[in-house]
Write a protein that binds this ligand. Structure first.
Ligand SMILES: [Zn+2]
Ligand SMILES: [Zn+2]
Length: 306
């Protein structure tokens, strides 16, 4: 029996190494040989204690790999294709939402790493409708975070660029929270020719934010105007920054500092969706340390054990 290695969530919420049987993909599915998988706050949905009777789920929903086998009825994908899988594991194409073209709202769509095993493994399975094509020249570790964190903030930005009267080149955008999402949001905003204000607590993120393309940095814990910093100095954009940005992308729980901006701004991501009773940081920390400790190596050359 051929098997592959993975990391699964034990009933007590800890992560443990496991082996899964390497079976052919089901109808409409592909089997993917995983190259890399990112770690996201939403992994905490799966990395938590669960009933003994429930299967230990393999987390991970920012997976990049290569199609290794095709299930019955799969069209448009071939063995060897390089693909990515995000949180939405593939729409059904049959439900009422799908028939309206609302594939995100599909009522029969598995969440990768929550309802079905995810990418913290040498192999994974996914619906063909959940796949995106990944260019050969892009490194798996760079692409993986774009499949959830990047996709989320990119969509929020582009939505406000496309809408009538929306953002145009030179408009000021604030990115609140320079973490897993925010550090990508400010790079997208800069690439869209927007003036970018990075907002974070303390001065620790300033160097990173400016290096990644932010025009200004705001230490949200600072009380004076000196908290506004950036290479543009006292330019008109900096004055605009003091009066309020056109759009605010919140990627972290809002603090008191952001309320003046929220009055004027358009929120791309609701911070309330991040409020979890069980505390996601601990779960995510466990995932980050468990994967290398358990010896699961994710690389293109991984082969199943015979
Ligand atoms: Zn995610
Ligand atoms: Zn559907």
């Amino acid at each position: 029996m051929a098997t592959y290695r993975a990391v699964e969530v034990a009933p007590d919420g800890s992560l443990r190494p496991t082996e899964r049987e390497l079976v052919p993909p089901g109808p409409g599915q592909v089997r993917i040989r995983v190259e890399a998988c990112g770690i996201c706050h939403s992994d905490s949905v799966a990395v938590r204690p669960h009933d003994e009777a429930e299967p230990g789920r393999v987390p991970g929903h920012e997976a990049v790999g290569r199609v290794d086998a095709l299930g019955e009825g799969v069209t448009g994908w071939s063995e060897g294709d390089r693909v990515g899988v995000g949180f939405l594991g593939g729409h059904c194409g049959m439900c009422a939402r799908c028939r309206l073209g609302d594939f995100v709202g599909c009522t029969d769509q598995p969440y990768t790493g929550v309802h079905v095993d995810g990418g913290c493994a040498e192999y994974m399975y996914a619906r063909q409708t959940g796949l995106v094509s990944v260019p050969e020249e892009m490194s798996a570790t760079r692409v993986a975070p774009l499949l959830c964190a990047g996709f989320t903030v990119y969509n929020a930005l582009v939505e406000h660029v496309r809408q009538p009267g929306g953002l145009v080149a030179g408009d000021l955008v604030a990115v609140q929270g320079i973490g897993g999402l925010g550090h990508l949001a400010l790079q997208y905003a800069r690439a869209l020719a927007l003036q970018v204000v990075a907002v974070a607590r303390g001065a620790d993120k300033e160097e990173l934010a400016l290096r990644l393309g932010a025009h200004h940095y705001v230490d949200s814990t600072a009380r004076s105007r000196r908290c506004w910093r950036g290479p543009s100095g006292s330019s008109s954009s900096a004055r605009q920054a003091r009066t309020g940005p056109s759009s605010v992308k919140r990627t972290a729980c809002a603090g008191p500092c952001t309320s003046p901006m929220r009055r004027r701004g358009v929120t791309g991501i609701e911070a309330s969706s991040f409020h979890r009773p069980d505390g996601f940081p601990a779960a995510v920390r466990r995932l980050r340390t468990a994967v290398p400790l358990h010896g699961v190596v994710l690389r293109p050359a991984a082969t199943p054990k015979k």
